[in-house]
Write a protein that binds this ligand. Structure first.
Ligand SMILES: Cc1ncc(COP(=O)(O)O)c(C=O)c1O
Length: 390
């Protein structure tokens, strides 16, 4: 069943670059964990714009904040000060670790900033070291540098030659990082839980071990919390489960509640940018920062980080009877893997049944619902998935 009209399909094919395949539905509005298509049909959304809509769709407080800010000042550039940008930076630092913030518009840009910080830091502090150790299977964005940093060749191979200075080792393998570290190494760059490849948390002790290794080797630890950050895993930031802090952390996705914004935080050791080193026309504009301030305010006021931890456990246990060979995840970042290649058919059948899930490949289905999801909504989703799984 498709709710997409022939004209939408034709126009999209004629005017949009075909960079990805879309599911056969056109959404027109949303509220909470529900979205609605052109015919008014309701869907329960366990994907949330790929881990973006932390407060669900069109949360009234985000809508109000954006509307008021739009009426006052939308954009000025970073040639001038704006209060929401300073307030948001302060809030993020208070929630994470002593650092300063660079704002941009996406996860890829936040990671670009992190990579440039590492390069400059290496030039200054580590005798010109420039190489970043990243992990196979990771995902850091689609710019040339970030697609190279990400360890998935299917995304980078068509764009060779790729920028140099990245080496890849297996995820969750501290010894591999140790073996790859040389005098050229400037940083280790990791996702605290790999997201795009299908939600792969590391073993206990891995992140702490990497932190300790980076300290003994005097290299930076860059954590990409674009997907894991801001409550998704049941802590404000996933690294907090491991009682460590990175030198550099990147954020995006959920930060603006759907309004594009990214952020790169660097602790005093790594904070090497000077005027002229980096920039972004739109980065941290008042509209996006006001949206993000509203998102952080509601997460905190409504205790959504603890709620995500609780709902995450419920969601994970509800996935046990779907016939999957593996269920894995942390908080409201969960996935299950079928032995057979049936994830895409499962995703389509769920859509037909009014439930949005995300097949990351032929075998695995990812669930990254809004943090506001309720136990009842998880029950409803489970009932649909159980029926579809057969
Ligand atoms: C961990 C991680 N880093 C970076 C990115 C890239 O973010 P964006 O698509 O906003 O550039 C993603 C997107 O899926 C991601 O999951």
């Amino acid at each position: 069943m498709s709710s997409v009209t022939k004209s939408t399909l034709e126009l999209a094919e004629r005017y949009l670059m075909q960079t990805g395949r879309r599911l056969p539905v056109t959404f027109v509005r949303g509220r909470g964990c529900r979205v609605y298509d052109e015919s008014g049909r309701e869907y329960l959304d366990l994907v949330a714009g790929i881990a973006v809509n932390l407060l669900g769709h069109s949360h009234p407080e985000v809508v109000r904040a954006i509307s008021e800010q739009a009426g006052a000042l939308i954009h000025t550039s970073n040639l001038y000060f704006t209060q929401p940008q300073i307030d948001l930076a302060q809030r993020l630092v208070e929630l994470s670790f002593p650092s300063r913030v660079f704002f941009c518009n996406s996860g890829a840009e936040a990671n670009e900033a992190a990579i440039k910080i590492a390069r400059k830091w290496g030039a200054r502090q580590r005798d010109g070291a420039f190489e970043i150790i990243a992990t196979a299977g990771s995902f850091h964005g689609r710019t040339l540098a970030t697609v190279t940093a990400g360890g998935q060749q299917k995304y980078s191979d068509p764009f060779r030659p790729l920028p140099g200075g990245f080496v890849h080792v297996a995820y969750d393998d501290l010894d591999a990082i140790k073996a790859a570290t040389t005098s050229k190494t400037v940083a280790v760059m990791l996702e605290p839980v790999m997201g795009e490849i299908g939600v792969v948390p590391p073993s206990p002790g891995y992140l702490r071990g990497v932190r300790e290794w980076c300290d003994t080797q005097d290299v930076l630890l860059i954590l990409d919390e674009v997907q894991t950050g801001l409550g998704r895993t049941g802590r404000w930031f996933a690294h907090q489960h491991h009682s460590i802090t990175p030198d550099v952390m990147t954020l995006a996705k959920g930060l603006g509640g759907g309004v594009p914004i990214g952020a790169c935080l660097a602790n005093p050791r790594a904070d090497v940018f000077e005027p002229g080193d980096h920039g972004s026309t739109f980065g941290g504009n008042p509209l996006a920062c006001t949206a993000a301030l509203a998102v952080l305010h509601v997460i905190e006021r409504d205790g959504l980080v603890a709620h995500a931890a609780e709902m995450g456990e419920l969601l994970q246990s509800s996935l046990a009877d779907l016939g999957a060979k593996a269920v894995r995840g942390q908080g409201l970042m969960q996935a299950f893997e079928f032995a057979e290649p049936r994830a895409k058919a499962f995703q389509l059948s769920c859509l037909d049944a009014g439930l949005i899930v995300n097949a990351v490949d032929d075998h695995s289905v990812r669930l990254v619902p809004p943090l506001i999801i309720t136990a009842e909504e998880i029950d409803n989703a489970h009932a649909v998935m159980q029926k579809v799984a057969g």
